[in-house]
Ligand binder design. Structure first.
Ligand code: COA
Ligand code: AMP
Length: 633
């Protein structure tokens, strides 16, 4: 069935459409009803069904004869390790680890934080938590102690599962001091921590609090606990416009149904095939397309611990595709920009046979036309597909529906709304824009299965962030337009969220951090265009009267503060002291004017933050445009 027909079938009867899709997963009790409306923009899917996500991702495949199929391929060029885990082995390890958690008192509904690098145990931990009906919250391993502490206080976990260290090119990142520091900062410490010791940097254990990973995996296995379809499977925190991240809730039933649906209908991946998403389990792409979707579908998933370049070279992606005969590959455009920078003529690609690939999917940020064309030029007929979605949705909102039918690719567009999503473009008055007119990208309610039902213990913020701007619609936070054929073009965030190398970050949070510097009177952080990372943050600060510290020292201290609080991944490297920030008469900072600087095409700024003249050039543009006041030198 082609896209148009499927979309039409969904429009004609959304509930029947999703009830049919729900048959593709195993239910302990089949739902009798698809959608339950709770009022005020709150909806739940398959609320009266009973299901277990881990059963669908693991046990079911063993029952159905896939026990000997490889479930997880671990390829870690950064440590030189490789391993394969079959579905039968995965079931054994997950059920034992789940038994270990249960024996230590983890019950249905308890929260468990997972703070781990890209190792198989991270997946085992996630699956074990869902197996016993508990709720995981994975925290990206590149986040520093403060970020972890904020998430501990919001989710109040009974346990934290962590590794002793992560590995980055040229350095080992000890996690344990970050974990201990976060627990010291948090108001609600966990009851216990489980530590996976890595040879690169084993950690000292805290007596009475820390337990060795191996002890839990030695426990008696636990069975899958069926939970209600609307019971939360996980919380994933994502950046909003303020310093406090938003706890995106994901349910069990709708999540499993939507991901299973997306694998075949969008990605065109079938059970038994090798599917690879080169991301990190700390982000939504990792949750959905490294862990749950491929495993629920019975695919082999690849867990890659390394970088697209430098581990060891720009050929790593191609090597993995050849070695494991990857069918469908998904990553962020920034990864290919990094490869292109090191290997502009794609010499490495010529060394490998990547003919197993059916399609390449990109998301996490806009697929810029130069990167698209570089990929097209080098990959021949292979479909190169941009698609758009968010942590909130958990799966694609706009995509080229490859699994149904490959539509014409229009560079710069994420193609067409996925069945389940009625995507519209509204102006500030809430009216629909004409074709090719930019506006706010919104989705008509209800959102389909798999999308966030609410924010963790904060329904008011859920309403305020997503539902109030345009009643009856979900506000995505992105701006964009539709062309005359309904192709959706996403142009970028219209709030204070920025996207740095595919990592979603809040400038508001960075402002809160640097605003705490004793010399800073006020500040603003905004994203500017960067050819490799898409965007990078830059800070402007006004100093308190009487402060005469050297500006370079202030800059160094601010950079260090952000690195210590959020992590190196924020890529906050430059800050300038200014006399005045651009403000309205009533004293509000004109953020939208600063945000315009982020647009790489609008002003002639250097193409990378690493350019030593970047601050001077920003200053010149600001002077020219009469934004704020000249820098202090
Ligand atoms: N743990 C600890 N530190 C981490 C980390 C992690 N998991 N991930 C990144 N960092 C650190 C890096 O070590 C680096 O530190 P440094 O400033 O001391 O060198 C800093 O954060 C910036 O890292 P990164 O953005 O990864 O820069 P890079 O130059 O190493 O690599 C890219 C650039 C584009 C190759 C890389 O960002 C990338 O692969 N991005 C894809 C992102 C992605 O998959 N996003 C998910 C959405 S699909
Ligand atoms: P995250 O929640 O981390 O997945 O980030 C979601 C945000 O990334 C979106 O709101 C967009 O701003 C951006 N994004 C993701 N995919 C795309 C895409 N294909 N095109 C443009 N922007 C994208």
């Amino acid at each position: 069935m082609g896209y148009k027909e499927v979309y039409g079938r969904w429009q004609a009867d959304p509930e029947a459409f999703w009830m049919e899709a729900a048959q593709a997963i195993d239910w302990d009790k089949a739902p009798t009803k698809a959608l339950t409306e709770r009022g005020a923009g709150l909806y739940e899917w398959f609320a009266d069904g009973k299901v277990n996500t881990c059963w669908n991702a693991v046990d079911r495949h063993v029952e159905n004869g896939r026990g000997d199929q490889v479930a997880i391929i671990y390829d870690s060029p950064i440590t030189g390790r490789k391993a394969e885990i079959t579905y039968a082995q995965l079931k054994e390890r997950v059920s034992r680890f789940a038994g270990g958690l249960a024996a230590r008192g983890i019950e249905k509904g308890d929260r468990v934080i997972i703070y781990m690098p890209m190792v198989p145990e991270a997946l085992i931990a996630m699956l074990a938590v869902t197996r016993i009906g508990a709720i995981h919250s994975v925290v990206f391993g590149g986040f520093a102690a403060h970020e972890l502490a904020v998430r501990i206080d919001d989710s109040r976990p009974k346990a934290i599962l962590a590794a002793s260290a992560g590995i980055e090119p040229g350095r080992v990142v000890p996690y344990k001091p970050l974990l201990d520091n976060a627990i010291a900062q948090a108001k609600t410490p966990p009851e216990f921590c489980v530590i996976l010791q890595r040879d690169e940097k084993p950690a000292d254990m805290i007596e009475g609090r820390d337990v060795d990973w191996a002890d839990l995996e030695a426990a008696e296995p636990a069975a899958c606990l069926p939970v209600e379809g609307n019971h939360p499977a996980y919380i994933l925190y994502t950046s909003g416009t303020t310093g406090k991240p938003k706890g995106i809730v994901r349910d069990n039933g709708g999540h499993a149904v939507a991901l299973r649906y997306s694998m075949e209908k969008i990605y065109g991946a079938k059970p038994g095939e090798v599917y690879w998403a080169a991301s990190d389990v700390g982000w939504v792409v990792g949750h959905s397309y490294i862990v749950y979707a491929p495993l629920i579908t019975g695919c082999t998933t690849i867990l890659f611990e390394g970088k697209p370049v430098r581990t060891p070279d720009a050929g790593t992606f191609w090597r993995i595709i050849e070695e494991y005969k990857v069918s469908v590959f998904f990553t962020a455009p920034t990864a290919f920009r990094a490869i292109k920078k090191e290997d502009p003529r794609a010499e490495f690609l010529k060394k490998y046979d990547v003919s197993s690939l059916k399609a390449l999917f990109l998301a996490g940020e806009r697929l810029d036309p130069p990167t698209y064309h570089w990929l097209k030029d080098n990959l021949g007929k292979l479909p190169v597909i941009d698609h758009w979605w968010q942590t909130e949705s958990g799966w694609p909102i706009v995509a080229n529906p490859f699994g149904m039918e490959l539509k014409e690719v229009r560079p710069g567009s994420a193609t067409l709304p996925v069945p389940g999503y009625d995507v519209q473009i509204l102006n500030a008055r809430g009216e629909q824009q004409e074709a090719n007119e930019e506006g706010s990208v919104v989705v008509k309610l209800p959102l389909p299965p798999g999308c966030l039902p609410t924010l963790w213990q904060d329904p008011d913020r859920f309403q305020g962030s997503y539902m109030r701007a345009f009643p009856g619609y979900y506000l995505s936070g992105d701006g964009g337009y539709k062309d005359q054929d309904g192709y959706v073009f996403i142009m970028g965030r219209i709030d204070d969220v920025i996207n740095v190398a595919g990592h979603r970050l809040s400038t508001g949070e960075m402002e809160e951090i640097i605003g705490a510097h004793p010399a800073v009177a006020e500040c603003s952080v905004f994203g500017i265009h960067d050819e490799l990372r898409g965007q990078v943050p830059v800070g402007l600060v006004v100093l308190k009267d009487g402060v005469d510290t050297d500006n370079e020292i202030i800059e160094k201290e601010l950079v260090e503060m952000v690195r210590n609080a959020i992590g190196a991944v924020a890529y906050f490297r430059r800050a300038a002291v200014v006399k005045r920030l651009p403000k309205t008469r009533s004293g509000k900072i004109l953020r939208h004017i600063l945000r315009k600087l982020a647009d790489g095409t609008r002003y002639d700024l250097p193409s990378t933050i690493d350019d030593p003249n970047i601050l001077q050039e920003i200053k010149d543009v600001m002077a020219e445009q009469q934004i704020g006041d000249a820098f202090q030198n």
